[in-house]
Ligand binder design. Structure first.
Ligand code: ATP
Length: 374
């Protein structure tokens, strides 16, 4: 089907489509011979993150509202039963079949060459998409050897794993109902996030136990999904995950908005108060370490004339996809350089270094003595 015909179902006229291409609100891209269109600025009903292909529209993965107080947040959000799942800390992919190929799209609407390379190890997608060509499997890729996220769940100790949590349909911005989703996951043996089951707001004590257990294990949090479509999905995270977030980002604090850190400090204090934690010396020390130690290392590096860098390790099946990951970084203006690639067993083991020039530049100017108004 033509792309114009496909977007006409989302009330996008030929005029609006052409205008959006001219103004770069929609950007054409290509991967392995397949053309797709990335929505980078909202156009009509198409939100940023949406992908348009000649096999249909892959709507953006929607944002999830956050609650900071578990008990009060659950009471405010739900009158009806809801499903509870683990919130896995990784990065989001939408897995979809276009023509006769299967791709993993990032939240930013790019085909991810790394994730697409590794899909074959996640589940039998040929079988799944042969019978369900219009479905989209959404999930998290998590683990220490991924190219984007500095954190990973404690139970993925090497490489990466895939955890599905949602199934959507092309040309629709709605997920399919929870029961049907879980049935498909089981039928096609698709690995999923931990599913805690169905709860009601009166089960708050069980939910508190789950979150405290996740906090102790070093996991990120929970996502609560309604059975009544008029209610909305909400997320809630552990205090530990807030500290880990701060720790993996504070070396580049200069590049982040201050809210990134204030929100995490607030979330962790809410967590402590609700779950009878103490603002004791251990917690205070951990917070101080998370905020200051990595930043201190960055300043020290620059003072010694060194670039600030981040090191990543990833594994690939196909050598040609390594080059595609670096092309992807180039398109996203990420300054990454390959330092090692070696075939060990089934995989190509790749190491690369990301240069963090914006942080380096600011720190270097201060260190050199430039004055400024703040
Ligand atoms: P936002 O939802 O506001 O875009 P964000 O991009 O900062 O937030 P997070 O705070 O990490 O992301 O929360 C949303 C993300 O959590 C989802 O995009 C999804 O990738 C991830 N996630 C992990 N586990 C689940 C789950 N069980 N259900 C839904 N999403 C999950």
């Amino acid at each position: 089907m033509s792309v114009l015909k496909i977007v006409s179902n989302a009330n996008i006229t030929e005029g609006l489509w052409n205008e959006s291409l001219d103004s770069h609100s929609i950007i054409p891209d290509e991967f392995d011979g397949i053309t797709y269109y990335r929505v980078v600025k909202k156009v009509g009903l198409l939100e940023r993150g949406t992908v348009v292909t000649d096999s249909g529209i892959i709507y953006d993965f929607p944002r999830i509202a956050r609650i900071l107080h578990l008990e009060n947040g659950i009471k405010q959000s739900f009158n009806n039963p809801f499903y509870v799942e683990e919130k896995v800390d990784g990065y989001n992919v939408r897995i979809v079949k276009i023509q006769d190929q299967v791709f993993a799209f990032t939240r930013g609407s790019y085909v991810c060459p790394f994730s697409t390379d590794r899909l074959v190890e996640f589940f039998d997608y040929d079988n799944f998409f042969k019978e369900n060509p219009d479905l989209i499997v959404c999930g998290e890729i998590a683990g220490p050897e991924n190219p984007y996220n500095g954190e990973s769940p404690p139970y993925v100790t090497e490489d990466i794993s895939f955890f599905a949590f949602d199934i959507r349909t092309k040309n629709s911005d709605q997920p399919i109902p929870m029961e049907k989703r879980y049935k498909l996951f089981d039928e096609y043996k698709i690995p999923t996030v931990t599913r805690f089951g169905r709860y009601t707001p009166s089960d708050i004590n069980d939910l508190k136990k789950h979150i405290q257990d996740l906090n102790e294990k070093g996991c990120e949090g929970l996502v609560f999904k309604p059975t009544d479509p008029s209610e909305k999905t909400v997320k809630y995270v552990t205090a530990g995950s807030c500290l880990r977030d701060m720790k993996v980002t504070s070396s580049l604090m200069i590049e982040y908005q201050a809210e990134f850190f204030t929100h995490r400090m607030l979330r962790s204090l809410f967590y402590l108060l609700e779950h009878h934690g103490n603002l004791d010396d251990t917690f205070l020390k951990k917070t101080g370490d998370a905020l200051l130690q990595p930043l201190f290392e960055s300043v020290k590096k620059v003072a010694e004339g060194e670039m600030i860098t981040e090191r990543f390790k990833v594994r690939f099946n196909k050598k040609q996809n390594i080059k595609k990951l670096f092309e992807h970084f180039h398109n996203c203006k990420v300054d990454a350089n390959l330092v090692r690639q070696e075939k060990i067993g089934q995989h190509w083991h790749v190491e690369f270094v990301r240069r963090c020039f914006p942080s380096y530049e600011v720190i270097q100017k201060h260190w050199d003595g430039h004055s400024h108004f703040d």
